[in-house]
Design a binder for this molecule. Structure first.
Ligand code: SF4
Ligand code: SF4
Length: 129
């Protein structure tokens, strides 16, 4: 049944994405080198609500300010010597706030920076076909 799921296409992009790859991948897009996971105010509100936290408590626990923007924080993983998004669940190898994950996460791997570079996005995501 699952094999009948079609890869996701996007007209402007020279590749497709097979979401079935996520299960075996182990969250490559949520871990690795340190980076930013940008969140806008409505996303902050949604995640805080999902976690049953006030915006203030959520911000103290999970956000960092980078100039005029906000990013989710990361945590260093000593065993792997890399970083993971604070909401990446190592045990389950998946996002613990999946239904309210930020647009940056929802739109991956269809990011502007990868539009002309299938080879580059393939290095980041094993679901690229
Ligand atoms: S890197 Fe690609 S295959 Fe892996 S979890 Fe992220 S979107 Fe899924
Ligand atoms: S919010 Fe979820 S999908 Fe986005 S980087 Fe963090 S763990 Fe991954």
């Amino acid at each position: 049944m699952e094999d009948s799921i079609q890869p996701i296409k996007h007209d402007a992009y020279p590749y497709q994405f097979n979401a079935l790859a996520c299960e075996a991948c182990g969250g490559h897009c949520c871990t690795g080198e340190s980076g930013y996971i940008w969140v806008k105010y409505p996303e902050i509100e949604s995640i805080a609500k999902f976690l049953e936290l006030s915006i203030e408590d959520f911000a103290i626990m999970y956000l960092k300010k980078v100039k005029h923007r906000y990013s989710l924080i990361e945590r260093y993983r000593e065993d792997k010597e890399d970083y993971a998004c604070i909401f990446f669940d190592d045990t389950m190898s998946r996002c613990s706030i999946y239904s309210v994950r930020p647009l940056q996460c929802r739109s991956f791997p269809f990011w502007e920076q990868f539009k002309g570079d299938k080879d580059e996005v393939k290095k980041e995501c094993p679901g690229i076909v």
